[in-house]
Design a protein around this ligand. Structure first.
Ligand SMILES: Nc1ncnc2c1ncn2[C@@H]1O[C@H](COP(=O)(O)OP(=O)(O)O)[C@@H](O)[C@H]1O
Ligand SMILES: [Mg+2]
Length: 366
């Protein structure tokens, strides 16, 4: 059983704006974060991610609700006494101090440690961030990724129970960023510190996290393991925000005992599992990679349905091709696996093709 490290109970936060209005930045947030967990807050700009981190670190206070660490409320504990550290996007290293000075700055303030203890801690984090031999460099003599690792070491050396990371990778270019994603995950694993990582990049969240908290407009839209969030979105917002999906509006109807989805462009039969939606306006979600061409015979699975579409665009990605196609006014995006050059020809512009999907795999939202 995972053990709870932080619990956030009914957290609310409103800001007064300079224009005289109010912003509900956090609306009744309830969350638990476990020991040794990599949790990601994911959501569009302005949804309250930074505010939530700030209320945990103590840079902002809650209007109501509570935050407990190991069962004890911390909301009246000053920021510097909380077992929490933050890593920001813009590193904020001291430019005139060496790597070593930057990393040990927090320890130097703590006079109770002797030199041997300090060195031991320093060597541990230097090894963790993989920068041995760089201790005497100045920040301007480091790459962006190395600077970010120094910022990380500086935050870890005081052994916080929780590390808050506010979009720490967004200043890095794509390649460095994906290397740092792997390193960050390793550092979290090795240090055993719980990470609360903030990003608006869904791929980053999917690849790194033990658990993702999807936020929308000050509320939690959904939380779960990356694969749950991806395959079992509970609402339109999550389905649309995580990964790519086709969202199609229509109506569910019953006709001669059969349930079907229908709009002005097409219709198809649904299974009994969709009974609850009869006579309701719905949006259905199907991911591009859930479509396939005729390599699975329809007869072998009664739940396979198909659309006859016209190709309007074809994008080649190596192992996959993306097909943009349509039935009347309805556009679909499909991501199809291909294994050879001949197959590509089947999907030329203006070709009529059939795309298949498993009806039991689509998601309906009211
Ligand atoms: N100090 C502040 N004063 C007024 N409004 C703020 C302040 N900080 C943030 N906000 C507003 O609160 C909302 C949430 O902001 P924030 O937590 O920074 O979102 P995110 O980090 O997800 O982009 C936004 O609408 C933002 O404009
Ligand atoms: Mg932010």
């Amino acid at each position: 059983m995972p053990r709870t490290l932080i619990s956030i109970d009914n957290a609310c936060k409103t800001y007064d704006t300079p224009e005289g209005g109010k912003v509900n930045a956090l609306k009744d947030i309830n969350l638990n974060i476990n020991y040794n967990e990599f949790v990601t807050l994911l959501g569009p700009s302005g949804c309250g991610k930074t505010t939530l981190l700030k209320t945990i670190s103590g840079f902002e206070s809650l209007d109501s609700g509570d935050i407990k660490i190991e069962g004890k409320s911390i909301i009246n504990t000053p920021s510097y006494k909380r077992p929490v550290n933050t890593v920001f996007q813009n590193y904020a290293l001291f430019p005139h101090m060496s790597v070593k000075k930057n990393i040990t700055y927090g320890l130097d303030i703590n006079k109770s440690l002797d030199k041997a203890e300090k060195d031991k801690k320093f060597n541990y984090v230097l090894n963790l961030i993989n920068l041995e031999g760089f201790e005497n460099r100045m920040p301007h003599q480091l790459s962006g990724g190395q600077q970010q690792r120094v910022a990380l070491a500086r935050a870890i050396i005081n052994e916080p129970k929780i590390l808050l990371l506010d979009e720490p990778l967004s200043a890095l270019d794509k390649k460095l960023r994906s290397n740092m994603q792997i390193e960050l995950k390793n550092i979290q694993n090795q240090s055993g510190i719980s990470f609360i990582f903030v990003t608006h990049d869904q791929e980053e969240a999917l690849s790194m996290s033990d658990r993702i908290i999807v936020m929308e407009n000050g509320s939690v839209s959904q939380e779960g393991k990356p694969e749950e969030i991806y395959y079992q979105p509970k609402n339109k917002f999550t389905a649309d925000f995580i990964g790519e999906t086709n969202l199609i509006n229509g109506l569910v109807e019953e006709e001669n005992g059969l349930i079907k989805f229908k709009n002005e462009n097409f219709e198809f039969h649904l299974t009994k599992d969709f009974q609850q939606y009869i006579n309701k306006k719905v949006t259905f979600s199907i991911r591009p990679e859930q479509f396939f061409t005729n390599d699975v015979p329809k007869e072998s699975n009664p739940y396979i349905s198909n659309f006859n579409v016209e190709v309007i665009q074809r994008l080649f990605f190596g192992p996959n091709i993306k097909i943009v196609c349509k039935i009347k006014n309805q556009i679909f995006h499909c991501l199809l696996k291909i294994s050879d050059q001949e197959t590509i020809k089947l999907f030329e512009k203006n070709k009529k093709i059939s795309i298949y999907f498993d009806v039991t795999k689509i998601k309906l939202f009211e």
